[in-house]
Write a protein that binds this ligand. Structure first.
Ligand code: NAG
Ligand code: NAG
Ligand code: NAG
Ligand code: NAG
Ligand code: NAG
Ligand code: NAG
Ligand code: NAG
Ligand code: NAG
Ligand code: NAG
Length: 661
């Protein structure tokens, strides 16, 4: 009887537990939390969502689902949460990727991806209403894939990693009404209030440094009907991820309440961060009162000096193995590269590509301008072969290839040094808003250059090199506006199994030849396919898939081939060219683009033929084009996936270098 009553009361409690609240002033001995992946409780009582693991993620949920509706079809009730977090990044200037407060229908997010998916979603379910995921992200990385506004923002994510609303992180001071920026990766603890008013359907997010009372003005106030997103019961918690770089992402304290004002945290009882900077500041204050005892000061300074030397040593540490002796000539020291970029400072960052971050730098000794690419990869397996290949690729010399000057290795990281290309990448000029700065003659010149670079890789060097990622953003422009192919061979590193989840990364959606999804064999004809798409991009001045265009224009190949059949192929040209173009050349480029991106690999010309066609040495064959049919189009199968998201499909491939042909 007693048992029955207690079970009954438990059921009653669960079913009607409309007011749920909990408070964690630190997480020492905390219960009712489910942690996974990298997430762990530290002995100091911190909830650590991610550690120094690259390409990882971590989740922490309150293990009891919380009732968010009074009736299953009803409105979402009022709720609020307050938490204190700190993000301690790998480098002072950056870390990846950020953390989020999450309401999720399931506490099992093991299928979600790290990186810019923040451990919330993956490529397949991103954007689907069936996810029932609501998150407030604290994002520390600028990701073009997420349409991020900057690398330091707060966003509202509804079933998608592309935020419905986002704003730069900061707070409005109660004293002077001025907006003050807050750097999320400063390593300092900060408080976040997230409050939802169920009656007015208003969501407020407020941010402030730890020691400041809650600012009166919310950072963002967003009206949103959560009824269809939030289910009757949801799990509440946190998700965080790392990527090319890592960050320790901590929660110091957390309280949550439905139907009312969230309990305050007791700030003085929150755990301390395992970090020396804040502590040593306090110590210094005290030291100053002890100054008369100069001896201890001296000892301390000596100790600090030793520590600085140690830290510096660690800072410049690299990985060097015996087999690398052969490549000594091509090796840069990390210290050199560190100096060249003033410590990989943010203002030297040129961009973030599929493979890593690229910095601009000036080599300290020779004063040569370089582009430095940091490629993260975890296992050492295969690095030897890769370095050997990279070095041999470094011997490639052609005026339409970006010269590779050398490399450097660190734990979990490979750094490649290229000659700096002053006019950056072609996509920046091609897809910029407003008037295009690229004339037709410049475009035609770039096309011919890239064709000649690709021909060299395919046929004219001692071995066949397949580029595997030909696209406008991989074509760089030198000071004379020559198009130069960059990044060749990089796809190879990922074949060696360096990066989890992205193991067989190869190419970019929108440029992948259709046969790759069936045969998994990378051939020169798949490069020709991508080159065809590239030709269309240049002539039409737009990306291969553009969802903002009317339906029939969204897929570039389909649209151009439809126009070709109607006899209006020139109408697909980039309007920004005005009347300044050579009709014959433009038509040639468009037709050749279609021919190269033919769905049948055997129907595509090889690069030698492409070059002859471009120079008008032979007339372009029309009949082949007749077989082009929208249904065959390579792009149909990519509908639904986001263009320009790296393809994570497992296309494993043959070696990049086919020897002995
Ligand atoms: C954990 O759950 C138990 C039972 O549901 C509850 O009594 C306890 O207060 C919870 N602890 C916290 C910290 O909320
Ligand atoms: C990071 O967390 C993972 C998972 O808990 C663990 O295996 C790994 O050893 C941790 N790394 C460090 C340096 O503590
Ligand atoms: C994405 O997550 C869903 C679960 O939400 C899972 O079923 C699916 O297999 C995942 N897809 C990938 C590509 O990991
Ligand atoms: C959030 O944005 C997505 C598309 O970006 C849109 O489909 C959805 O309706 C938006 N949700 C809300 C509640 O505004
Ligand atoms: C949200 O902010 C607005 C304006 O700052 C305020 O009027 C409103 O009461 C706030 N709502 C909640 C739930 O805090
Ligand atoms: C909120 O959304 C739910 C479900 O989509 C709908 O039934 C309800 O009418 C909406 N409420 C308001 C006030 O628009
Ligand atoms: C806050 O924590 C401190 C230290 O643990 C404790 O002495 C103090 O009583 C707490 N204050 C409240 C209001 O609980
Ligand atoms: C600083 O010194 C005072 C007294 O000398 C002591 O009470 C206090 O705890 C010290 N603070 C730190 C951070 O060591
Ligand atoms: C290309 O680079 C040269 C030399 O740095 C410069 O003079 C020219 O303006 C650049 N052109 C464009 C379009 O950026």
């Amino acid at each position: 009887m007693l048992l029955k009553i207690s079970i009954w009361s438990l059921i009653v409690k669960l079913a009607f537990s409309a007011n749920y609240d909990f408070t964690y002033n630190g997480f020492k001995g905390a219960t009712n939390l489910s942690l996974d992946s990298l997430a762990a409780l530290t002995s100091d009582g911190l909830l650590m969502l991610t550690n120094d693991t690259y390409h990882g993620k971590g989740h922490a949920f309150f293990s009891v689902p919380i009732q968010f509706k009074k009736s299953p079809a009803g409105k979402v009730i009022t709720f609020s949460t307050l938490f204190v977090f700190a993000i301690v990044p790998e480098y002072t200037e950056f870390g990846n990727h950020g953390l989020a407060f999450v309401l999720s229908a399931s506490e099992d997010l093991s299928h979600a991806w790290g990186e810019y998916y923040l451990g919330l979603l993956n490529e397949t379910n991103n954007g689907k209403p069936s996810n029932n995921i609501f998150a407030v992200e604290l994002d520390i990385t600028l990701n073009p894939e997420n349409e991020d506004i900057n690398d330091n923002h707060v966003g509202i994510d509804i079933n998608s990693i592309i935020s419905n609303y986002s704003t730069a992180a900061g707070f409005t001071s109660d004293d002077d009404g001025q907006f003050k920026n807050l750097r999320l990766i400063s390593g300092e603890p900060m408080q976040v209030w997230i409050e939802y008013d169920g009656l007015n359907m208003q969501l407020n997010v407020t941010l402030s440094p730890l020691w400041m009372p809650k600012p009166k003005t919310a950072l963002l106030s967003y009206t949103i009907n959560l009824s269809s997103i939030i289910l009757d019961r949801m799990y509440v918690g946190f998700s965080a991820s790392t990527g090319m770089a890592y960050a320790y992402q901590y929660i110091l304290g957390w309280s949550f309440k439905t139907d009312g004002k969230v309990p305050e945290l007791n700030i003085s009882s929150l755990p301390r961060l395992p970090q020396t900077t804040t502590a040593s500041k306090d110590k210094l204050k005290n030291i100053s009162t002890w100054l008369p005892i100069s001896l201890s000061v001296f000892v301390l300074m000596a100790a600090a000096g030793a520590k600085i030397i140690m830290v510096r040593k660690e800072m410049f540490s690299e990985l060097r193995e015996d087999w690398e002796l052969d490549f000594e000539l091509h090796r840069f020291s990390y210290k050199q590269l560190y100096k060249a970029t003033r410590g990989f400072k943010h203002e030297y960052l040129l961009g973030v590509g599929g493979f890593g971050r690229v910095y601009r730098g000036v080599l300290p000794d020779t004063k040569v301008e370089v582009a430095i690419k940091r490629v993260c990869h975890e296992s050492r397996q295969g690095v030897r072969e890769f370095v050997a290949e990279i070095v041999s690729l470094g011997q490639l010399q052609h005026r339409n290839l970006v010269p590779l000057l050398g490399y450097c290795r660190r734990e979990g990281e490979l750094i490649l040094v290229y000659e700096y290309m002053p006019n950056r990448s072609l996509d920046k000029l091609l897809f910029c808003e407003g008037k295009s700065t690229l004339s037709w003659s410049q475009r035609f010149w770039i096309i011919k250059g890239v064709a000649s670079g690709l021909l060299y890789l395919h046929e004219d060097w001692e071995r066949v090199v397949i580029h595997r990622d030909v696209k406008a953003s991989n074509v760089l422009l030198d000071g004379d506006m020559n198009g130069r192919l960059g990044d060749f061979g990089l796809a190879r590193l990922y074949d060696h199994g360096g990066v989890p989840q992205t193991t067989h990364l190869a190419g970019t959606v929108g440029y992948l030849a259709p046969e790759l999804s069936r045969t998994c064999r990378v051939k020169t004809s798949s490069d020709v396919f991508a080159f065809g798409v590239f030709l269309l991009e240049i002539a039409c001045g737009r990306r291969p898939i553009d969802r903002e265009k009317p339906e029939e224009q969204q897929v570039l190949i389909d649209w151009v081939s439809a126009n070709w059949r109607k006899g209006t192929i020139l109408e697909t040209r980039d309007e920004r060219l005005g009347e300044e173009y050579v009709a014959e050349e433009l038509e040639l480029v468009l037709k050749l683009g279609l021919l190269c991106s033919h769905p049948l690999p055997t129907a595509r010309p090889n690069m030698r033929r492409v070059t002859q066609l471009l120079h008008g040495d032979i007339p372009i064959p029309d009949p082949l084009l007749n077989q082009l049919n929208t249904k065959d189009s390579a792009f149909v199968k990519y509908e639904g996936s986001n263009a320009y998201v790296m393809s994570f499909t497992s296309i494993s491939s043959e070696s990049l270098l086919f020897t002995g042909r």
